[in-house]
Design a protein around this ligand. Structure first.
Ligand code: PRX
Length: 654
């Protein structure tokens, strides 16, 4: 750093606190002692957590550090992920519901552990009959139907790695992923339901496979029943493939370090990275964190409303909950189909007790209004979770009041596709939460916040979030690209994992995530994070969501450009824009006052719901827009571009 300014300035002040409810704290799976115990001997802690799994052969060494950053966990141990998710529950939980599944059109399935075991074994046998072997890669491209987790587990059973491609991705994205990891088999469906429409999955697969000559088989679930093209010899109906298969299937004994899956993260730039997760450490990490962070009890009805196409679905719909014998809700459709209260209707009917969502969904619910949750009895909810982006304090409060009835604690969980399991989060029976803070690293996890040269920043200052010790569910590499793995995560600082996020710790040692490092703005030499200004805007009662970016400014280097979506019932005008600018100035100071504010119906988002600030920067600086086809809502971009050019043409506020 050229001067003594902090790496990222921290401006936001939040002084509301919420201690854990006494009854939850008294019965919690994790008590305060767990932090000290884990800190005293992290390897012993993780070894103890790993013992909760069923191992076919014990490990010889907890972690092998000899080849940094290529760590190995539970060296020599053998196990099978599907056995841990299914077989070991059969005796005690065979009739327990694994999934209350609800389709978008309203059809339902109740799937017990015994049912799921049988489905998985039959498909695993079916895959073997097609020639799929241990060590192969299988692409899965489906909507949220029960066959999706079954397919993941069937692959795991026979030692084939799956790569799930989110059903909202295009034929091209699917093709690139199939080619990158050389899949020979694809499991898909005729179509998926989404928002009342049919998504043509099989047609996309057909298009992708035109350029994937090595794919030998595509297995197709009949979901909507619409006509699909058929390639004889290659395409097989799922129901026909499994029809005559045995209901038992011998699982492969996998090495703890054998590949479990590859999951591609697109990020906002560059070629997608194939994140590699292996078996023993990953399962240990997800099962342990799922049990403690969600305080899972035998009779909980747990609902992670993510898609299995993302890591959240892998870790906290499939592997974590099933390892723990949980009963989950799984929902196929869109949250506003047929109406904006669909999630609350489902939560009420299944008496969901734990709900895990993304801030982008929460802000959408805020925009739709409180009348939708108010129509339903949500009193069964005892714990709420958030993941995927920093949660604005007002969104946290809204979630707390309107979904959690002012009672349920919120766990704001920070982690990444790369980390595999939750890293920073409150423990609901221990932590006094603060709206907008992910609290502290979990037991067994060690983090720090550093400046450009890797020195810890003083408490209160912003900097770069790093993880300082290996953890069991960590990514092992990028598929086929060890160099990029080292370069991306391990080359910035000696021995530290660079997460790519900004963060600060407050005086109580709580972590506040400040967004991606690439999004940091520089205004008159002050490095400002986007989230704090966005949260100040969302704090205003008229605002549902906002995105802030830095755009070039001759005087200040960068100027703050804000994009704001108002709540449904609010009408925006110039007076409101002036009021919003002042609101930011009052909340966090004049330096943070946006130079321009554009009101827009929606913000550009990735398909996993993250705001694409890079595009808003391009719009703000009148640059040619790059590829927008990876967006979930590409149509908003031209609308915002028109409004932004009007706003800038009519002169910014000084
Ligand atoms: O920027 C952080 C943000 O999401 C990134 C990881 O994205 P992805 O790999 O798609 O995984 C999302 C689900 C784990 C992080 O680098 N992020 C995730 N959770 C939080 C968060 N930012 C702030 N607070 C969180 N709780």
């Amino acid at each position: 750093m050229s001067d003594d300014r902090p790496t990222i300035e921290a401006l936001q002040v939040e002084d509301r606190t919420f201690p854990p409810p006494a009854d939850l704290a008294a019965a919690a799976n994790a008590k305060a002692e767990i932090y000290d115990r884990a800190a005293a001997d992290p390897e012993a802690y993780w070894a103890e957590e790993a013992k909760a799994l069923d191992w076919m052969e014990p490990w010889d060494q907890v972690v092998d550090r000899s080849n940094h950053p290529f760590y190995k966990w539970f060296v020599g141990g053998k196990l099978n992920a599907s056995v841990n998710c299914l077989d070991r529950h059969l005796e005690r939980r065979g009739d327990k519901v694994a999934f209350h599944w609800e389709g978008e059109p309203g059809d339902t399935q109740t799937i017990t552990y015994r049912d799921l075991h049988e489905r998985v074994c039959k498909l695993a046998n079916g895959l073997r009959s097609l020639g799929v072997q241990r060590g192969d890669r299988v692409a899965i491209y489906m909507g949220m139907v029960p066959e999706l987790p079954a397919a993941m587990l069937a692959c795991a059973r026979i030692g084939a790695a799956h790569t799930v491609v989110f059903g909202g991705f295009s034929a091209e994205s699917l093709r690139d992923r199939i080619l990158d990891c050389d899949c020979r088999t694809v499991i898909t469906a005729d179509e998926a339901w989404r928002g009342g429409r049919h998504i043509p999955l099989k047609a996309n697969v057909d298009e992708a496979l035109l350029e994937c000559p090595d794919v030998e088989h595509s297995v197709v679930v009949k979901r909507t029943g619409s006509d699909v093209e058929w390639t004889e010899g290659r395409d097989r109906w799922y129901h026909e493939l499994v029809a005559d298969q045995a209901a038992e299937c011998e699982p492969e004994a996998m090495d703890a370090e054998d590949l479990l899956y590859i999951l591609y993260t697109s990020g906002t730039t560059g070629k997608p990275k194939g994140i590699v997760h292996t078996t023993g450490g990953y399962l240990t990490g997800v099962a342990s964190t799922h049990k403690y962070v969600f305080d899972l009890k035998e009779d909980d009805v747990y609902w992670c409303a993510a898609d299995c196409g993302w890591v959240t679905g892998h870790s906290y719909i499939v592997y974590g909950p099933l390892c723990n014998g949980a009963t989950s809700v799984m929902f196929e459709g869109a949250p506003n189909f047929p109406a904006e209260d669909r999630l609350w209707d489902i939560a009420e009917r299944y008496k969901a007790s734990i709900l895990y969502l993304a801030p982008t969904a929460i802000r959408m619910f805020m925009k739709w209004g409180t009348q939708h949750p108010a129509k339903h009895d949500l009193s069964s909810l005892r714990l709420l979770g958030s993941v995927g982006e920093p949660i604005n304090p007002e969104a946290w409060m809204w979630y707390h009041e309107h979904i959690g009835g002012g009672q349920a604690p919120i766990v704001d969980t920070w982690w990444q596709t790369e980390t595999g399991s939750i890293m920073i989060s409150p423990l609901p029976g221990v932590t006094t939460t603060k709206p907008g803070s992910a609290a502290q690293p979990l037991p067994g996890v060690t983090a720090d916040i550093v400046d450009e040269v890797g020195t810890s920043v003083p408490q209160g200052s912003g900097g770069y979030l790093v993880l300082t010790e290996p953890w069991p569910a960590m990514l092992r590499t990028l598929y086929g690209d060890d160099d990029r793995f080292v370069e991306t995560y391990w080359s910035q600082y000696q021995g530290l994992y660079l997460a790519g996020d900004g963060a600060r710790q407050d005086d109580d040692g709580y972590y506040w995530l400040l967004g991606r490092i690439d999004d940091v703005m520089n205004v008159s030499g002050h490095r400002l994070s986007t989230i704090e200004i966005e949260s100040a805007l969302v704090d205003h009662p008229a605002v549902a969501e906002s995105a802030v970016v830095g755009r070039h400014d001759d005087t200040t280097g960068q100027a703050i450009a804000a994009f704001v979506t108002l709540k449904s019932e609010v009408h925006g005008d110039d007076d409101l824009i002036a009021e919003l600018r002042n609101h930011v100035a009052i909340k966090i100071g004049p330096i943070a006052k946006p130079k321009s504010i554009v009101l827009t119906d929606d913000l550009p988002k990735t398909r996993s719901g993250k705001i694409m600030r890079r595009l808003l920067r391009d719009i703000s600086e009148n640059r040619q827009l790059g590829d927008v086809t990876t967006l979930a809502n590409a149509e908003v971009v031209s609308e915002i571009a028109d409004m932004a050019s009007d706003a800038h043409a009519s002169g910014d506020e000084g």
